[in-house]
Design a protein around this ligand. Structure first.
Ligand SMILES: [Zn+2]
Length: 126
């Protein structure tokens, strides 16, 4: 817990990895992301889900990441650092539908949870 959080030379490993994937392995990554969405089944809310209890993981180029994070970042060519969370607009963490995902900060994610709890709706849809 005592690691210096803003040490200037230490790049975030998540950011480094996504940059490498997007700059050097994008086509391979896109194929992988699309095959994951093709394997999933669509439920009655339009979510793409797999029959697992926990969010599915994907292993790609030596790293294991949440499938929804991988899919969002690859398809949107977004380089997510560790401070970025991939948010589920549908509030279904098992969902990997790229249309249901968006990127945000940790603080956004907390606010969403709170708004969802308070109003029972996605604040972005109000
Ligand atoms: Zn969904």
């Amino acid at each position: 817990m005592s690691a210096p959080s803003n040490f200037p030379f230490l790049e975030d490993d998540s950011e480094v990895w996504f940059r490498d994937v997007i700059e050097n392995h994008l086509e391979e990554a896109r194929q992988r992301a699309l095959s994951l969405t093709e394997d999933a089944r669509e439920d009655d809310r339009g979510c793409l889900v797999t029959d697992t209890e926990k969010p599915r993981k994907v292993r790609f180029r030596g790293r294991q990441v949440d499938a929804y994070r991988f899919i969002y970042c690859v398809l949107n060519q977004a380089i997510a650092s560790r401070d970025h969370v991939i948010r589920h607009r549908c509030h279904n963490r098992l969902c990997i539908n790229p249309d249901h995902l968006e990127i945000g900060s940790q603080a956004d994610n907390k606010r969403d949870d709170w708004a969802n709890w308070a109003y029972g709706v996605d604040p972005d849809l109000l």
